[in-house]
Design a protein around this ligand. Sequence first.
Ligand code: DAH
Length: 358
Amino acid sequence: MNELNVVVDAAKAAFERAITPADLENAKALFLGKSGRITELMKGLAALAVDEKKARGAAINLAKQAIEGALNSRRQALADIELQTQLQAEALDVTLPGRQRGPGGLHPVSLTLERIEAIFGSMGFSVAQGPEIETDWFNFTALNTPEDHPARSMHDTFYVEGGSATAPNLLRTHTSPMQIRHAVQHVKKHRATAAAGQSGDGLFSGSMPEIRVIAPGRTYRVDSDATHSPMFHQCEGLWIGENVSFKDLKYVFTDFCRTFFESDDLVLRFRPSFFPFTEPSAEIDIQFQSGPLSGRWLEVAGSGQVHPNVVSNMGLDPEKFIGFAFGMGPDRLTMLRYGVNDLRLFFDGDIRFLTQFQ
Ligand code: DAH
């Protein structure tokens, strides 16, 4: 093998050993660089005779071309390897399932509200909505709540800026103001069509269809622990007519609870209590006869016969109109129905919790 072939082979071997582009450039310099082997061989031509120079020059050129060819193919090979490595690193697994948007669903408390509306709807109750920012009049005064009642304190009630005798100035602490709002509208509507019936003090004493309404919605109190949230739900109920009694309250509420919990042997207890807007007043407790809560008394609502002062504030003559009201907590009903022990779970928005109700 002649000397030039040895150089060419050495160059090819050096290029093969290069595994990065930088290695390859270094190897190239050894053969084709300023003081590389080929350059040195070229310099040697100067010492040769003219005819020798020609043949030798041509041979060195061939060797140079062979080395450049080897260099280019190694460059290409390294580029291919780099591309392969990059493709592998960035590979997409197109067989992975895509991220999907799950089907939406109603919040568990919304499911309860729908259920309450359906059950009371079947008993002839309509549904009323009202403002969450209330006036002191509707939230307290019209409901016969005295000036110094603790519920009116800053510890219990969220007050908002502004406010006057008539301007909204607090977040409603219960849905009871809807009793007044709805009744006033009802009276206004039927006063216009009634043939007669105005008492001396302007209260309505004519004939009108009964008021039978529920008012579900958000309510607010300065309170927060496992069973209290600063925002919570209530559902008010009101039935006013000329001959509506506590017996009707018992019947309606018992029927509601048994239907809601799908339990015919559910027992109710009306426990004497106090609310400024009812007289007499009762807390309503329920007792399951089977299941994990069996035998325990669980409070689900406040209730009572609407106080005559409140009936007057509705614009109705309390000598003629009488009825009952109740206020229950849909959040608590939801907890009891599904066996949830921490109210805050409903308002954390954790999808793992919420999807369990779909
Ligand atoms: N508003 C009362 C509360 O938030 C609940 C209540 C009690 C509502 C008796 C009523 C009622 O309508 O008659 O604690």
